[in-house]
Structures are given as C-alpha cells and as structure tokens.
Design a protein around this ligand. Sequence first.
Ligand SMILES: [Zn+2]
Length: 128
Amino acid sequence: MDMAIDLSKLRKFLEGEKARLNMEMEQLQASVPTSEERREGSPFGKREEEATEALELEKRLAMERRIREEVVGIDHALQKIADGTYGLCDSCGQPIDPERLEALPQASLCMNCKALQAKNAKGKPPAG
Ligand SMILES: [Zn+2]
C-alpha cells in the first residue's frame, strides 16, 4: 500500500480543530446571560421571553452536544495516531477508504460499518 498519510501534519490539523472547537464551546458558554441579566426584562410578555429562552437553551445544548461529540471524535483519532491504528476501522479493523479520511480525518469507522451502525441506530431507542 503506497498511500502515505502524513501523520504529524494530520495530528497538527486535528489539534487545531480541537482548539477551534474548544474556543467555540467557550464562546457558546460565555454568551449565556446570567440569571440577574435576565431579570432586567419587562414583566410583560414574560411567557414569550421564557419560550424564547427555552428554545435558545435547547439550541445551545444541541450545539454543545455536537461540539463535544466532535471533540471526542478528534481525541479518538489522536489516540489512534498515537497507537499506530489510525486509518483502520474501529469495528472491523479494515483500512478506511483514504477518500473518506480526507473528507473526515477523524473518521473511525469504514463506510460499511458506519452504514451498519446508522441502520442499527435507527428504530432503536437511543442507548444511554
Ligand atoms: Zn469497518
């Protein structure tokens, strides 16, 4: 196999991505108004305000979850680089399609296993 992945370059890229995500997370958390700030609002239309807040909170939590998942994926990829298993599928151990890795450097499953996982995940209630 003559496909050479520049692992040190890749590691730098992933570390950069992680730093970016951590910054995003900080900004997200910094943008949360404190409860005191919230109390400044007018007593009228409070219900609407609360509904908006709940929606904002939900959006923020979804974003936080996405960021956290991405960081976990990146950490996992960094770990695989350290272990020398980078580029191999976590599930079946086969090499992951280089094109897939190029598009998603932190991919830990090959296309087949990913598709299988997505299929299994459907229909079932989310675990944990
Ligand atoms: Zn696989």
